[in-house]
Design a protein around this ligand. Structure first.
Ligand SMILES: CC(=O)N[C@H]1[C@@H](OP(=O)(O)OP(=O)(O)OC[C@H]2O[C@@H](n3ccc(=O)[nH]c3=O)[C@H](O)[C@@H]2O)O[C@H](CO)[C@@H](O)[C@@H]1O
Ligand SMILES: C=C(OP(=O)(O)O)C(=O)O
Length: 426
């Protein structure tokens, strides 16, 4: 077990490289199940979630060849996934329970093999997280779904037919599952009210390069003309917009200046607008996005929404920043029912936050005080690290396995911009 030790109060200054996006990389890796030809993914982040999914795909028979340097920053960034010899279409409980995103193997498997058996992922710390929309969308395009002994069994003996489905809510994962499955259906599928996140566009780009016929990615309607088979390709994973905003917030809260190398301003418009309203200065350069923190953080109000709204994955980080604002901010979390796990810990650091239903009222305080803290999910942990960077004194952050799911070499990147942060044995 390890912990992070962070001494607050340093203005962060300099530049850091944004990694490939976890939430784009995971579905892209599952796309390897759709083809017997090799799929090469570049700019893969080195994260616990990527290893967890690699283990699951490997269990199914996907072969991995790793390139990109034997050590250092480029190690393991380029992987070729070979799905030519799939040995099982079952994703067992022991592997799925480690990471909910494993459910995205369901669509590709039933589309290519006519059968998939995937353990139900269950809830997680941030909410109940049902998968009903994944199942309904797959049914609409021709899969038969049964639930048995904690497993979803999807079958399409003669292949998927294609079909029409209108999502009652724009689920990211369900859109990805249905979009991947529809690429190999016999007919055309029309999926309406789909998620429009940049990660969906990245996945559609890769699938189209593999020979799929998808149009409308990034809009609320996807039209997918099924094809007989997909081929291999090489694809660059998009930069991680959640990681980029997390470091942007670190610059803001310390009144520093960070160049987020490789970040794309167009993927993060709503969050950058919020940072500007809070007093930050944002500019775009060839190398990335520059964020200059203000002397005084202004209070703002935020409501989390599906893209292009303000992302739930950035809510906890901005809340940490707003604890030090000059006034009162209100945040409303509309995507997940239990995504305020960071609040009691921020309060232990001196924040003044009140929760009522899905709404949080954050009254700015003049200082945060260091404390030993821990969180039960990924972004909540990052929120605490951000607060610790601005707090008086030395904080300890425990349960680093949450952070390691989604932040690559976080302490190295923060050290490079002047943070006093160290990973030590707990
Ligand atoms: C690996 C990945 O990309 N994870 C992201 C993905 O998660 P994920 O794909 O799980 O999120 P969804 O967009 O599906 O979930 C949004 C909401 O819809 C609900 N829902 C979802 C599916 C379903 O079948 N039934 C249902 O009710 C969920 O419980 C949640 O309340 O999008 C979320 C919302 O932007 C992000 O926070 C996660 O970081
Ligand atoms: C909630 C997240 O991920 P997941 O959907 O994999 O739990 C996240 O990345 O913030």
């Amino acid at each position: 077990m390890e912990k992070l030790v962070i001494t607050g109060g340093q203005k962060l200054n300099g530049s850091l490289q944004i990694s490939g996006a976890k939430n784009a990389a995971l579905p892209l890796m599952c796309a390897s199940l759709l083809t017997a030809e090799p799929l090469t993914l570049c700019n893969l982040p080195r994260l616990a979630d990527i290893s967890t999914l690699s283990d699951l795909l490997n269990h199914m028979g996907v072969g991995f060849a790793v390139a990109g340097g034997a050590s250092g920053a480029r190690m393991g960034r380029r992987k070729t996934l070979d799905g030519s010899d799939i040995v099982t279409t079952t994703a067992p409980y022991d592997m799925v329970r480690k990471m909910r995103a494993s459910i995205i193997v369901l669509g590709p498997l039933v589309a290519r093999f006519g059968h998939a058996r995937v353990s139900l992922p269950g809830g997680c710390a941030i909410g109940n997280r049902p998968i009903d929309l994944h199942l309904k969308a797959l049914e609409a395009i021709g899969a038969t779904i049964d639930l048995n002994e904690g497993y979803v069994e999807a079958t399409a003996k003669d292949g998927l037919t294609g079909g029409h489905y209108v999502f009652p809510f724009a689920s990211v994962g369900a859109t990805e599952n249905a979009m991947m499955a529809a690429t190999l259906a016999k007919g055309t599928s029309i999926l309406e009210n789909v998620a429009r996140e940049p990660e969906i566009i990245d996945l559609a780009k890769c699938l189209n390069a593999m020979g799929a016929k998808i149009s409308g990615a990034g809009t609320s309607t996807l039209t997918i003309q099924g094809v007989d088979h997909l081929k291999g390709t090489t694809h660059d994973v998009m930069p991680d917009r959640v990681e980029a905003i997390s470091y942007a917030v670190a610059a803001m809260i310390t009144g520093g200046e960070i160049l987020l190398e490789g970040a794309k301003v167009e993927d993060m418009a709503s969050a950058l607008k919020a940072l500007t309203e809070a007093g930050g200065e944002i500019s775009t350069e060839e190398a990335g996005v520059r964020v200059i923190g203000p002397d005084v953080i202004k209070p703002i109000n935020l409501v989390t929404m599906p893209y292009p709204g303000f992302p739930t994955d950035m809510q906890a980080q901005l809340m940490a920043m707003l604890t030090l604002a000059d006034g009162t901010s209100i945040i409303e979390e509309t995507i997940f029912e239990n995504r305020y796990m960071h609040v009691p810990e921020l309060i232990r650091m001196g924040a003044d936050i009140t929760i009522k239903g899905n709404s949080a009222t954050i009254k700015g305080v003049s200082t945060l005080k260091a404390a030993p803290v821990m969180a039960t999910d990924l972004r909540a942990s990052m929120s605490l690290a951000i607060a610790a960077l601005a707090a008086e004194g030395t904080s300890e952050i425990n349960r680093l396995y949450h952070l390691d799911r989604g932040y690559e070499r976080m302490e190295e990147k923060l050290q490079a911009v002047g943070a006093q942060i160290e990973r030590v044995p707990a």
